[in-house]
Design a protein around this ligand. Structure first.
Ligand SMILES: *Cc1c(COP(=O)(O)O)cnc(C)c1O
Length: 357
């Protein structure tokens, strides 16, 4: 039996994608082998690799002057590779809107001066802090944000628009969930295990003029130029992850693309937030104006009840609702792959559970 999986990442994948992968597992399109057994230089894999990029380009309307790179090491490795490749002036500006944003800026401090333009750390990151792009130092190389804060359940509803430096965005937990104009960014990146596929790589969408600026001491495998020059095939790529990601992107296209799934995501989030706002026992944690569509954080009246809720929900087939250890309480991650019925089931369960508090 499949459960409704509210895990934050790795997270639920669409069932048709898993079924297709299963059907193609032992003999991919008559090759007599699985995708994980074939050469990454062979025609069959190169087609998968190209299709994955083409689908992403189509779904996000990525302009021609942006390159798509596939890099192992997850999103966290980018916390270092971004300053290594982009901090050409020895300084960069960060907005501290959550734990991953904070980790990114701490890592960047190894490589130069980091200015924190705004922070909501003192409020346990329950909102997106106010920012003023006019206060960015003149010698800053880029402005860094996290578009969706996975742990605390907030997202930017308005992007900062720095005047003369690129905007760099960690989009790990909301890429492909709502339309963005790629032109607003110098670099978008995401660990794929939340909304795009199984764990194993980060996808980067980078404006071409930002490639090729890494210093001579930057390791070849951490230099964006290496990936750009070799179509992300300098060494063995995470081939199966790329294949699975291509299946997820195909599925997303069938859902009406990003524009189509966005409508469904708004609907799903509304069901849950409307319930929380009306509830006398459950409370939503994130500031209303900044609520995430992907990660919904909430608490019951006390920690014991939180624990009982998580356990009883799991017994009812609604799993992985425990909040992150830093934020506490509960978190329902309702990425693209979570069907509306899953959210409806959760709300029904909460309504019943509420009567026992
Ligand atoms: C999960 C997550 C990360 C960390 O991803 P890894 O691939 O585990 O390094 C970074 N940023 C955000 C916004 C995330 O949600």
């Amino acid at each position: 039996m499949r459960v409704y999986n509210f895990a934050p990442g790795p997270s639920a994948l669409p069932l048709p994608v898993l079924e297709k992968a299963a059907a193609e597992m032992t003999d991919y399109h008559g090759t007599g082998m699985s995708v994980m057994e074939m050469s990454h230089r062979g025609k069959t894999f190169l087609e998968i690799h190209a299709r994955c990029q083409a689908l992403l380009r189509e779904l996000m309307h990525i302009p021609d002057n942006y390159k798509i790179l596939f890099i192992q090491g997850g999103a966290s490795m980018q916390f270092a590779t971004i300053p290594l490749n982009l901090m050409t002036t020895g300084a960069a500006t960060y907005i501290d809107s959550g734990n991953f944003a904070h980790n990114a800026l701490v890592e960047a401090q190894r490589y130069g001066r980091v200015d924190v333009l705004a922070s909501s750390r003192e409020d346990t990151y329950n909102h997106i802090p106010d920012f003023d792009v006019d206060r960015i130092a003149e010698d800053s190389s880029y402005l860094y944000i996290t578009t969706n804060n996975t742990i605390f359940g907030t997202r930017y509803t308005q992007l900062p628009k720095p005047k003369s430096i690129p905007l760099v965005a960690d989009m790990s937990s909301n890429i492909l969930s709502q339309p963005y104009d790629v032109n607003d960014f110098g670099l978008i990146y995401a660990g794929v295990q939340k909304n795009m596929g199984p764990a194993g790589m980060a996808v980067l969408i980078i404006r071409e003029d930002l490639i090729g600026k890494a210093g001579p001491n930057v390791p070849k495998m951490l230099n964006y130029q290496t990936y750009a020059d070799n179509d992300s095939l300098f060494n063995t790529p995470p081939a199966y992850t790329i294949y699975m990601t291509s299946l997820v992107l195909e599925w997303l296209k069938e859902q009406g693309g990003v524009e189509g799934i966005y409508v469904k995501n708004l609907e799903k989030a509304k069901i849950l937030y409307d319930f929380l706002d009306a509830s006398e026992k459950f409370t939503a944690l994130a500031a209303k104006k900044d609520r995430s569509l992907m990660n919904v954080t909430f608490v019951s009246p006390d920690k014991e009840t939180d624990a009982r809720f998580v356990k009883e929900a799991a017994d009812a087939g609604l799993v992985s609702l425990k909040g992150h250890r830093i934020a506490g309480g509960m978190r329902a991650s309702i990425y693209n792959a979570m069907p509306k019925e899953g959210v409806e089931k959760l709300v029904d369960f909460m309504a019943e559970f509420e009567k026992t508090i």
